[in-house]
Design a binder for this molecule. Sequence first.
Ligand code: SAH
Ligand code: SF4
Length: 350
Amino acid sequence: MDLIDKLQTEGILTEDEFCRLLWTEDAALRAKLFMTAQQIALASFGKQIYIRGLIEFTNYCWRDCFYCGLRCANKKLERYRMPNEVILDCCKTGYNMGFRTFVLQGGEDRYYTDEVMCGIIRAIKHLYPDCAITLSLGERSLRSYKELFAAGADRYLLRHETADSLHYSRLHPPSYSLAVRKDCLYDLQSIGYQVGSGFMVGSPYQLTEYLSKDFEFLRKLHPAMIGIGPFIPNKDTPFRHQKAGSLELTLRCIAILRIMFPHANIPSTTALGTLHPEGRLHGILAGANVLMPNLSPIEVQQHYTLYDRIGGVDGSLAENMELLGNQLAAHGYAMVVDRGDYVPEPKKEL
Ligand code: SAH
Ligand code: SF4
């Protein structure tokens, strides 16, 4: 039994085994990793790729994560908030192109109180009752998460970023805590959200052992969605001189996660596309089943700089969709018009 067989049957490996798999130079083992992950994704989703429309509705943030260009200490960034009509316009364009999930993502912006956020959620649900709303607004209180859920939000993305608390403390100011982040995730699950977590690959000071902890934490959380992507430096942050995460390591992490979580919705993220022109396609071939094209107007995308967009912004939505569509079609995959909810695996009979 090799490492892939063990991962598939037991759902987990030891730290040492994960490290070996992440760095193996055995070409046959590497090929088996990707092939197994791809076959599992095919068994769960066929060749259908779910699409989510990303709306980056505010780049104000009061937090100060060291890796992120939206951090409050970055005074060079021109800040914006999308007026509600613009958010609804993004939804309209997206709906007409077949999107049935809208992802509202932003910095932690105190302007968006529960009342304001609930108003936006209700307005979208009123116009598009057949669509799912995913929020990605960072850490909020249990009460706030409950209100947003009651207003109609379906899903919530909150990456844990790293499951090692020492590493967490090297990526964030001292008052931030991994335990609080994890509590938010458990709160969200207890309310009934489809919850997404995940981490950056190749973030500064990351050791391979930490990735093994990420896998272990995710196994415990068992999220409906798992978003991972390479760290990419932003020139206006303290990590400006740090190296970006690698495509290969990110793809191996995606494949491992697909084998561990056959039914999870796993996006092939924009950051992968930033590293390599076909990065998002490679993510799909490594077992991801979701793409998140950007519905934000191009002028806005230029200011939503979590990291430096090496090749510039995505281009128009239509161009981007055509490009992705062609890349997928060359491998027999297609984007589908579907909410793409999480369907957990059936419970094994005892
Ligand atoms: N404010 C919210 C959502 C926006 S940030 C939050 O923090 O949860 C969304 C994600 O972008 C973060 O979870 C982080 O993993 C990712 N991110 C931020 N800066 C990045 C960088 N320099 N490289 C790669 N990913 C980054
Ligand atoms: Fe703000 Fe999120 Fe960036 Fe942290 S990662 S600074 S919370 S936008």
